[in-house]
Design a protein around this ligand. Sequence first.
Ligand code: SF4
Ligand code: SF4
Length: 388
Amino acid sequence: MKNLNEKQILGIIWKCNLCGFCPKDFECPGFDLETRWESSMARGRISIVHAIMQNNELGFQYSPLAKERLFSCTGCGHCFYACPSGIDIPSIITLGKKKLVDANNYPETHKLILDNIKQYGNPFGETSPRDSAWPELKSNTEANTVYFPGCMAIYRLPEVALDTIALFNKFGENIRVLQNETCCSGVLYRTGHSTQLEEVTKSMINDINNNPPERIIFTCPGCLETFKEIYGSELKEKFKGIELIHFSEYLIDKLTDLKNNSDEIAARLENILEKPIIWHDPCHLARGLGIYEEPRRILDTLNIPYIEFEYNRENANCCGSGSGVRSAYPEFSEEVTAQRLEEIKQLGAKTILTACPFCEYQYKAVIEKNGVALEVLDLNSLLTKLLF
Ligand code: SF4
Ligand code: SF4
């Protein structure tokens, strides 16, 4: 997904040759399996956006069905991968969402997310400070490496942030967190509120600009994709030259260190989790950022056996939670996750391993609700268990 303007979007809409190769059934999480309506597949969603852009009088921007069709897209990018014309369909749908936001026709829960980010700096409305578990990292202003945990790891899955900090310590990395970290606000862009982005991230981006690190390392692929692909050129200018990477990319440089421990790791692996492990490619990490092999190389180097989904890498299926879909359409979102759990059951895996706090949270929630015997772990949490 890229931050494209209306003219660019119109240009790519016209590239659709209506071939119908867009994913359906399980590949497009937004596809309505019951009705199988055209409007619920990528081609139909593009037509809705086209109609909204070309002809206001049709009134599609006020339609409840158009709202449901566009806001039930998780932005997974599976259609972008499958489309022979190479059309960035998620970016088209995101512009359509923006048009519906302009017409005040959007899910109520997204309004709450917007209000929470504006008031509290996070989408959940949490009032506690972001750095309450590690204030020393905020005052370590000399460090050249910034760790950006993101809202999900801070407020919903703190073990992801704490395990990552423990790994940084193990590798002797001098790190800090930002003075004014706030929600990256990628969720606002992905839910059609792109005009708010600059304002809500202003103090954080100014902090980066005032005390620029050499690099910022992210554990949330959605946050990293927001910094790399979604922020506009004016925002990007303020952190120009700073390396932006995911923690799995950082770990690649540490493989030699890790390899030295591989015998010990193999021995510990026997006792700490149920096998087989299955690797889930998060949409933002994989199709979004092109990071497919790094996590696999880490697992291979450490002789950690894992199995693959039938659909993996560029063709991986979505967990169902992205782009505000979990908050707006929770039942539908959980049905998508239940499909993934069924695939996992068929493959016989007992532990899901991933590197996205959103995917992890979504899996955990649905597993708990449905009483499924499966464990879910972040790659960093697995490494922490194996190395400490
Ligand atoms: S696969 Fe691409 S070109 Fe074909 S109908 Fe879908 S969006 Fe259009
Ligand atoms: S981005 Fe994903 S959910 Fe949205 S239309 Fe494409 S395949 Fe479907």
